[in-house]
Design a protein around this ligand. Structure first.
Ligand SMILES: [Mn+2]
Length: 361
């Protein structure tokens, strides 16, 4: 069960600037709206007034029924029947006040309109307070991320059944998305990446019409949404390996090196350790392997926070990260080696920081 009171506490204790917040959804849902309501679904145009102990949701007739049914106990629902009613409600809570908004999401056009309509003294960006609240996941968030992981991993275990000579990257990507939905996912958390052969050397490749050939890499980076939360997992396969070939041996050298880097990084994760440490351990391992054969071939950072957004605005495993790891953070552990013209290997799991160390979700 989502504890909205605890989330409100976390946000307002991190916000020095405002004691009331106003969030609005556009065609997209503000991630912080999801955080403070626990609602899944769009709620387009809905306005949320958040106070330290309660919330007022202004909702259109379209979603009034759903909101009534799903609402947390701290929430009062107001139907947006007319402009007058909206204005009166906004004024009641916001007039003359300093009001916190999510500056990372609210369009400037709406900002101006809402400032006028609410009579607020000023609107200030408190997105940092939301980021700091969302950086440490609560139990229900961890349960959702775990669910999103188990669904996508089940799809990834099944996908090799569909590998065959001549199948295209697009076909495999489509199948993967289908499997994730079949297993309970709410849709991809980002466009699925499938790359065959040398295409796997491009980390953010877009699947196209390349056809699968024996003895080549299949790299799949994918995730699903589950109850507002994301997973982000990468697996690299070798299709129909020719075990005596030179190419196979080279592919396996890369694979082993990446797997070792991932595990070494994982072992270093515990509360109190700087976020840069796991990255540096993985990078150093890759740079030194096989007498420097892969030096400089790990071309991205080791990991980013995961939550409502697939790249959540939290502490990560970056060389420049000075934050210390804390219990309840969820961060990806995704080293890779990319050799242009030959191929790439990336292995990615989502990791929960616990008292005892890292736990793969
Ligand atoms: Mn990732």
């Amino acid at each position: 069960m989502v504890s909205v009171s605890k989330r409100l506490d976390k946000v307002f204790s991190a916000s020095k600037k405002a004691r009331v917040a106003l969030l609005i959804n556009t065609a997209n849902t503000d991630p912080n709206f999801s955080y403070l309501t626990g609602f899944t679904g769009t709620f387009e145009g809905s306005l949320l007034i958040a106070l330290p102990k309660k919330e007022i949701l202004l909702v259109s007739p379209l979603e009034y029924g759903v909101a009534k049914k799903m609402k947390p106990k701290e929430m009062q629902i107001v139907l947006m029947e007319s402009r007058k009613k909206i204005e009166a409600t906004l004024k009641k809570y916001l007039k003359g006040k300093t009001v916190g908004i999510n500056g990372s999401f609210m369009p400037f056009r709406l900002y101006k309109r809402l400032k006028k309509l609410s009579g607020a003294k000023r609107l200030v960006d408190i997105s940092e307070a939301f980021y700091s609240a969302r950086n440490i996941k609560d139990e229900s968030e961890i349960a959702m991320i775990r669910g999103a992981n188990s669904i996508i991993k089940r799809a990834l275990r099944k996908i090799p059944k569909y590998f065959k000579d001549g199948v295209t990257e697009r076909e495999i990507a489509t199948k993967l998305n289908e499997l994730a939905i079949e297993f309970g996912g709410d849709g991809p958390s980002f466009p699925t990446i499938v790359c065959f052969g040398a295409n796997s050397a491009i980390p953010h490749y877009v699947p196209a019409d390349a056809r699968l050939e024996p003895n080549s890499f299949v790299l799949i980076d994918c995730g699903t949404k589950y109850g507002n939360y994301c997973s982000d997992v990468t697996r690299t396969f070798i299709y129909k390996p020719k075990k005596k070939s030179e190419k196979y041996r080279k592919m396996m050298d890369m694979y082993k090196t990446v797997k070792e880097a991932q595990l070494l990084a994982l072992k270093s994760v515990k509360p109190g350790v700087k976020g840069s440490v796991p990255h540096n351990i993985a990078a150093e391992h890759i740079d030194k392997a096989f007498n420097g054969r892969y030096k400089g071939k790990f071309i991205h950072t080791l990991g980013h926070a995961i939550g409502i957004e697939v790249h959540d605005p939290g502490t990560g495993f970056f060389p420049s990260e000075t934050d210390k790891l804390r219990e309840g953070m969820v961060i990806s552990d995704e080293p890779g080696i990319y050799v242009n013209g030959f191929g790439g290997v990336r292995i990615e799991d989502d990791v929960l920081v616990t008292k005892k160390g890292a736990k793969i979700l």
